[in-house]
Design a protein around this ligand. Structure first.
Ligand code: ADP
Ligand code: MG
Length: 326
């Protein structure tokens, strides 16, 4: 099968063009048409076999994740998804793999009305690069630079479960099968918080999505905003969904659980700040987007991150988050 037949078979779809796509796959360029006056939000993320996913991963889950991590960046900016491009390097044409991958990819794309508008296909070691395009009203994008002293600090959904799955895959941890399935699903099929991000426009003062770990990604916000933060361990720890499973995390020390929550990575949740006066508006945004949100701390003028236990004592420990070049 040649390159063009492959694109036609697996990635080109016969469906009515959406409002935002004036021209899709097949020409030298795609033409996108954001609503008049909107700003275009653009983000890219690449996934490499061996570094970002295991060769054994289910292709449908991989298709989902490749797009999910990109949609998560749009979510963190409060942008509405419009479309995306897909650049693929494939070692060989494996039709059942391609069908599975495209199935997972398009299921998530359709959920968000985000259309595949082009890309590139080449032979090589398995690599997937996606660029997403979204729209946001001028001046309303959620930025990393807006956190202020006194703001509340929030996290969406659950944190740390993907890291738990990774530890099991690496052989460093054994957990009951149902718990592993839950954690593995979080790692392989993250949920980008697209509706929450848009609902937080005009409410949140800053936002970031958690790809490398809560502390690391929050650190970007703190540096850009020139502030610090206190996190309450007692509020953050329950975010590990695995804790809700009967004897799910038995035998796993609380310090390890906390490390998964704070520095786990691969969560694709939103961490955001908002003035205390916006508490009701944050709760309404969470309800409107059917996304759980937890207040986990506070922004302060003093730089750095302080972690407090239930008795307001400072916890110390190395909760490094993931850096590809560290
Ligand atoms: P060009 O050589 O002009 O860059 P290509 O021959 O690479 O164009 O691609 C032909 C068309 O197919 C283009 O519209 C391109 O965007 C699209 N395309 C190529 N690979 C993919 C892919 N993996 N997914 C979606 N569209 C693709
Ligand atoms: Mg090309």
């Amino acid at each position: 099968m040649g390159e063009f037949e492959l694109i036609d078979r697996f990635f080109r779809r016969d469906r009515p063009a959406s409002r935002q796509v004036a021209l899709g796959i097949g020409d030298d360029c795609a033409l996108l048409a954001p609503a008049p006056g909107m700003q275009l939000a653009v983000s890219s993320d690449m996934l490499l076999e061996g570094r970002h996913f295991l060769s054994t991963v289910d292709p449908a889950r991989l298709g989902h994740k490749a797009l999910a991590v990109n949609l998560s960046d749009l979510a963190a900016c409060g942008a509405r998804p419009l479309g995306f491009t897909l650049s693929l390097a494939l070692p060989a044409v494996d039709e059942s793999w391609l069908a599975g991958f495209a199935g997972g990819l398009f299921a998530l794309a359709d959920e968000h009305g985000c259309e595949l508008v082009g890309g590139d296909t080449t032979r090589g070691p398995l690599a997937i690069s996606i660029t997403v395009f979204g729209e946001v009203p001028p001046g309303q994008a959620l930025l990393r630079s807006g956190a202020r002293d006194g703001d509340d600090l929030y996290a969406s959904g659950t944190l740390g479960d993907a890291r738990l799955a990774l530890e099991v895959f690496r052989g460093g941890l054994a957990v009951p099968a149902p718990l592993f399935e839950l954690a593995r699903r979080r790692m392989e099929q993250p949920t980008p918080r697209v509706a929450l991000g848009q609902a937080l426009r005009g409410i949140a003062s800053s936002a970031v999505d958690v790809s490398d770990g809560l502390l690391g990604d929050l650190g970007h916000v703190l540096r850009r905003s020139q502030v610090g933060a206190t996190i309450w361990a007692a509020s953050a720890l329950p975010l590990l969904a695995a804790r809700e499973q009967a004897d799910g995390v038995a035998g796993l020390p609380e310090a390890t659980q906390l490390e998964f929550v704070l520095a786990g990575g691969d969560d694709y949740e939103l961490v955001f700040t908002a003035p205390a006066a916006q508490r009701e508006a944050v709760a309404a945004a969470a309800a409107a987007s059917a996304t759980p949100v937890t207040r986990i701390g506070r922004i302060e003028a003093q730089p750095g991150v302080r972690l407090l236990d239930g008795e307001d004592r400072e916890l110390r420990g190395r909760f490094a988050s993931f850096d590809h070049f560290a």
